[in-house]
Design a protein around this ligand. Structure first.
Ligand SMILES: *Cc1c(COP(=O)(O)O)cnc(C)c1O
Length: 348
């Protein structure tokens, strides 16, 4: 790296161009994290105090945290219990005269049901911002998620399907003026150095991350295929082991959706005991997410009550993410399923 431009610069521009091309997005503007991608997208739309943004309670905190950081109010709508994504049939009832945008999340790497969301948004004059942090390369009607709404927000946090060696994020849009606004917002609202036209933030991707991500991007399609193969194999193994009465694997995605399996999430009524048992066998699992956002202490001021969003609340008690990544071995997958089978054999 002969260049002294360690922040933004040519590597970053090349990464933005390559990701834009990969996703089929008109413009791609990188930033410091997925959380900032959400923040910048909403700042570009002028979302702030007095505004409401409709989203899901079953997601990482950043989705709703970024709404609240701007002084706007997150409005939570329950999820579909099968896909864990926001239930589009329940959104309309949450729209008020203050609603500015709908923020669906493509949770675990599966597209939200976008068509009814986009239709409702259009009929009500609302913007759609997609949280695609877990879903780079996932498709809906054979088009990459993140390119349907006004903005698509991505994260390069190491645990995501395209992860850097640290934080990073990116926003996609089809609108050249909004892309330019994002570029200005990420450097404290300045087009010309030390002249600040609007209020922005410091949120840039550094060249080192961009260089790493460019190398990894070349492999993303293969890694995604690897995750999909692992997911199919889990389904087959769980089925063969006769476990489908005890645990529910994620359903096959609808034919017009391609799932990229950032997580492979099963459901079990004995989730916590199962997790302890797997931990004793040396099998790491994770719970995404143990507490719904509407019940988080940080959102207590919204006045939401337990029982208000029953599908999301039940999911938070039953979900368990099994290890899934392209390098996972057949034998490791078999051990995971054998261990689950042992757990249920001992219980009976
Ligand atoms: C990871 C994630 C984010 C935030 O991304 P960071 O890069 O960690 O800031 C936002 N939304 C969802 C759904 C995520 O999974």
């Amino acid at each position: 790296m002969g260049s002294q431009l360690f922040i933004l610069g040519a590597e970053v521009r090349q990464l933005e161009e390559e990701i834009g091309r990969t996703l089929g997005a008109g413009f791609a503007v990188s930033c410091a994290s997925g959380s900032d991608a959400l923040l910048l997208a909403m700042m570009a739309l002028g979302i702030g105090p007095g505004d409401e943004v409709i989203t899901t309670p079953f997601t990482f905190f950043a989705t709703a945290g970024s709404i609240a950081r701007l002084g706007a109010k997150p409005i939570f709508v329950d999820i579909d219990p099968e896909t864990y994504n926001i239930d589009p049939t329940q959104i309309e009832a949450a729209v008020t005269s203050e609603t500015k945008a709908i923020l669906p999340v493509h949770i675990f790497g599966l597209s939200a049901d976008l068509e009814p969301i986009l239709r409702l948004a259009e009929s009500k004059g609302l913007e759609v911002i997609e949280d695609a942090a877990q879903a780079i390369g996932a498709r809906y009607n054979n088009q990459c998620v993140g390119t349907f709404g006004k903005f698509g927000c991505f994260s390069f946090f190491p645990s995501k399907n395209l992860g850097g060696a640290g934080d990073g994020g990116l926003v996609t849009t089809e609108d050249p003026a909004l892309a330019e606004k994002l570029r200005v917002l990420r450097v404290h609202g300045s087009k010309k150095k030390y002249y600040h036209e609007i209020l922005g933030i410091n949120s840039r991707l550094d060249a080192l991350q961009a260089a790493i991500l460019r190398v990894k991007l070349v492999h993303l399609a293969d890694w995604t295929k690897g995750r999909q193969l692992r997911a199919d194999r889990y389904r087959a193994l769980l089925d063969q082991a006769g476990l489908n009465g005890h645990i529910a694997p994620p359903p096959q995605p609808a034919p017009h959706m391609a799932h990229v399996y950032n997580q492979f999430v099963i459901r079990s009524r004995e989730r916590d005991a199962l997790r302890d048992f797997l931990r004793q066998r040396g099998i790491p699992t994770e719970i995404y997410y143990p507490i719904c956002l509407h019940l988080q202490p940080a959102f207590a001021y919204l006045g939401c009550q337990p029982g208000q969003l029953p599908n999301a609340e039940l999911a938070s008690q039953e979900v368990l993410a099994l290890p899934v990544y392209p390098e996972l071995k057949d034998s490791q997958q078999e051990s995971v399923v054998h261990a689950i089978a042992d757990f249920y054999a001992r219980k009976n």
